[in-house]
Design a protein around this ligand. Structure first.
Ligand code: 13P
Length: 260
């Protein structure tokens, strides 16, 4: 079964709902101008919570070829958790995706692999797909233990999930040293880790899950490097930060297949 590549723009804490509407419209117009073919790749925008309703309305209202999602979720269903957003609330906004365990949440909010696994589980329970993030910091890369490190993150994050859920999940490998730094992992670096993740999924959850799980690379992806990254056999997409805030640039990334 062929995996549809997923090019997802993680806007992080950028753009209010008015600006979000503008960028989504611009992106849709640019994709139309470029003759985007949504059977070749899937384009998603992962936006701040306050943008979700506006983004949903414009994409659904104008039938734009985009999916959308959130950047985090609470593990709790409802109740006295001031400031948190539940999976049920996100599902009600027709989110397809929820990013869990981004390195910025691990670093600034102390999120652990166990918590991230629980978040992935509640995302599935609400009928959405988690984009489960993993990746090593520079010291670990320098020590040469990055593959073992990432596989241990993946093992714990996937532990609460069934084989069927793992097969439907998205895993984003984002080496922390390549995020927002302009420092890109080489296509071979990306393949080394993404291939190892798929190997782990095969061993722990079976061949079918390994065949269908989508594995993204993230970290300074741009229109100028996306083609060679996407050419790697175990890379099924990209999680894009900075470059997803520019319509023309993100449209080129989504349409990487033109240059392939
Ligand atoms: P940049 O593309 O800005 O390096 O960000 C990557 C990222 O963290 C996406 O989640």
């Amino acid at each position: 079964m062929a995996r549809t590549p997923l090019l997802a723009g993680n806007w992080k804490m950028n753009l209010n709902h008015v600006e979000a509407t503008g960028l989504v419209q611009q992106l849709a117009w640019t994709l139309k101008d470029f003759r985007y073919d949504k059977t070749k790749s899937e384009a998603a925008v992962i936006v701040p919570f306050t943008d979700l309703r506006s983004v949903q309305s414009i994409i659904e209202g104008d039938d734009l070829p985009l999916t959308w999602g959130a950047q985090d979720v609470s593990v709790h269903e409802s109740g006295a958790y001031t400031g948190e957003i539940s999976a049920g609330m996100l599902a009600k906004l027709n989110c397809s995706y929820v990013v869990v365990g981004h390195s910025e949440r691990r670093e600034y909010h102390g999120e652990t692999d166990a918590l991230i696994g629980e978040k992935a589980k509640v995302v599935f329970a609400a009928g959405m797909t988690p984009i489960i993030c993993c990746g090593e910091v520079l010291e670990i890369r320098k020590a040469g233990t990055h593959v073992a490190h990432v596989l241990s993150q993946v093992a714990e994050c996937l532990a609460p999930l069934t084989a069927e859920q793992v097969g439907a999940a998205v895993i984003a490998y984002e080496p922390v040293w390549a995020i927002g730094t302009g420092e890109v992992a080489t296509p071979e670096d990306a393949q080394e880790v993404c291939g190892a993740i798929r190997g782990y999924v095969a061993q722990a959850f079976g061949a079918q899950a390994a065949e269908s799980v989508r594995i993204q690379y993230g970290g300074s992806v741009k229109s100028t490097n996306v083609v060679e990254i996407m050419a790697q056999p175990d890379v099924d997409g990209a999680l894009v930060g900075g470059a997803s805030l520019v319509a023309d640039e993100f449209a080129k990334i989504v349409m990487y297949y033109v240059g392939a």
